[in-house]
Design a protein around this ligand. Structure first.
Ligand code: PGA
Ligand code: ZN
Length: 425
């Protein structure tokens, strides 16, 4: 049974405070989880509680969330069985009592939820992916590696947030990491040779001052080729424009490019990118409020590309159901802190899979050394993970954990590879 629950304030990869929770069981097993934080957040995400006290951490402190962990959350969880994750998560949801977890804070709740499952796995002496996923958990995800950063994740002009490479043709996860790393370093050289800076953005990808998505895509395609891989076959490109960030007053405002596109023009531009480049997947191609646009894009290109809903779904099973019924998107991004408990996260993944949607396990732009999502990607068998670039330990820690899992599974491990994304026919 759960015997101790302790919260503390630590720092995330952007140097902002975040919540870490320890759950200790009566047999001494420890589970520890740190909570990530987004920058381009969907408006319907569970609420991350911040203190707002300007005299500390510019208002971003999480002492209230930590107090919630150490007070009411500890009181409610102590004595419960850590194996009974559904009951633990229901208890947390009821204790908060709000639809968006804003009273205790989704950061407090998620920390307690994930620390509980990690303590239970430790008590069973099982790796987390195995404890959550059972004996059949052996699919290593294709990584979507974010090698060019823009949008709100970088101080450059790129309107689109993420330009990623996914080595679908690799024979194993470890080899996918090698391929990604090689392309990353080729790209660094070619950016430098072209006179661009090679500083990295929030997710460890380069943040050159390129003006358009086309320019960034040309650099990425060339880097894949120059490294010796075939774009579209060995490595596909995936994008996250994070379009909610620049959909304003009914138009797509490409501020970096210095022009606005109407919904029609934006749709045409996105569809054109899929034609011109080996792009297999686009996340948030449309703003979260542009459901009509989402429907039209899905009808137009949904059979050729994976269209991943991030802000539009917020890992919320009810929003996902709206998408399934309304016929928009064909995939969902899974971020544990968008919804706030493990049980709800797993329900959303399951609902997606049953409806024929793919699911992509995801980090946030603000991360920590916590690697829970690597295990959850294998546990759910979702076959895809998005966890940043090939630099910065907050990103590579997840890849490194997946390398360890693959090694542990040995010849039972299956790299998701080509079958994972919805690839163009
Ligand atoms: P965020 O970005 O964590 O800043 O929201 C990641 C994403 O949009 O997928
Ligand atoms: Zn996104």
């Amino acid at each position: 049974a759960i015997s101790r629950v302790t919260g503390r304030q630590i720092l995330d990869s952007r140097g902002n405070p975040t919540v870490e929770v320890d759950v200790v069981l009566s047999d001494g097993s420890l589970g520890r989880a740190a909570v990530p934080s987004g920058a381009s957040t969907g408006s319907n995400e569970a609420v991350e509680l911040r203190d707002g006290d300007k005299s500390r951490f510019h208002g971003k402190g999480v002492r209230k969330a930590v107090e919630a962990v150490n007070g009411p959350i500890a009181e409610a969880l102590i004595g419960l069985e850590a194996e009974d994750q559904a009951r633990v998560d229901e208890t947390l949801i009821e204790l908060d009592g709000t639809p968006n977890k804003g009273r205790l804070g989704a950061n407090a709740i998620l920390g307690a939820s994930l620390a509980t499952v990690k303590a239970a796995a430790a008590a069973h002496r099982l790796p987390l992916y195995r404890y959550v996923g059972g004996v059949s958990a052996r699919i290593l995800p294709v990584p979507m590696m974010n090698i060019v950063n823009g949008g709100v994740h970088a101080d450059n002009l790129l309107d689109y947030q993420e330009f990623m490479i996914a080595p679908i043709g690799a024979p194993s996860f470890a080899e996918a990491v090698r391929m990604g790393s090689e392309v990353f370093h080729t790209l660094k050289k070619s950016l430098a040779a072209a006179g661009h800076n090679t500083n990295v953005g929030d997710e460890g990808g380069f943040a050159p001052n390129l003006g358009t998505a086309d320019e960034a895509l040309q650099f990425v395609v060339r880097a894949i080729e120059e490294t010796g891989y075939e774009p579209g076959n060995d490595i596909v490109i995936t994008l996250d424009p994070a379009a909610s960030e620049f959909f304003r007053d009914g138009v797509y405002d490409y501020a970096g490019e210095g022009r606005k596109r109407s919904i029609d023009e934006h749709l045409e531009y996105v569809a054109g990118l899929i034609e011109r480049y080996p792009i297999a997947s686009i996340e948030d191609p449309m703003g979260e409020d542009d459901i009509e646009g989402w429907k039209r894009l899905t009808a137009a290109v949904g059979s050729r590309a994976q269209l991943v809903g991030d802000d539009v779904f917020c890992t919320d099973v009810n929003r996902l159901r709206d998408g399934i019924q309304g016929g928009y998107a064909n995939s969902i991004l899974i971020k544990v802190n968008q919804i706030g408990t493990l049980t709800e996260t797993l329900t959303t993944v399951d609902t997606a899979h049953k409806a024929g949607y793919t699911a992509v396990m995801s980090h946030r732009s603000g991360e920590t050394e916590d690697t829970t999502i690597a295990d959850l990607a294998v546990a759910t068998g979702c076959g895809q993970i998005k966890t940043g670039s090939l630099s910065r330990s907050d990103r590579t820690s997840k890849y490194n954990q997946l390398i360890r899992i693959e090694e542990e599974l040995g010849d039972r491990a299956i790299y998701a590879g080509r079958g994972s994304l919805r690839i163009r026919s």
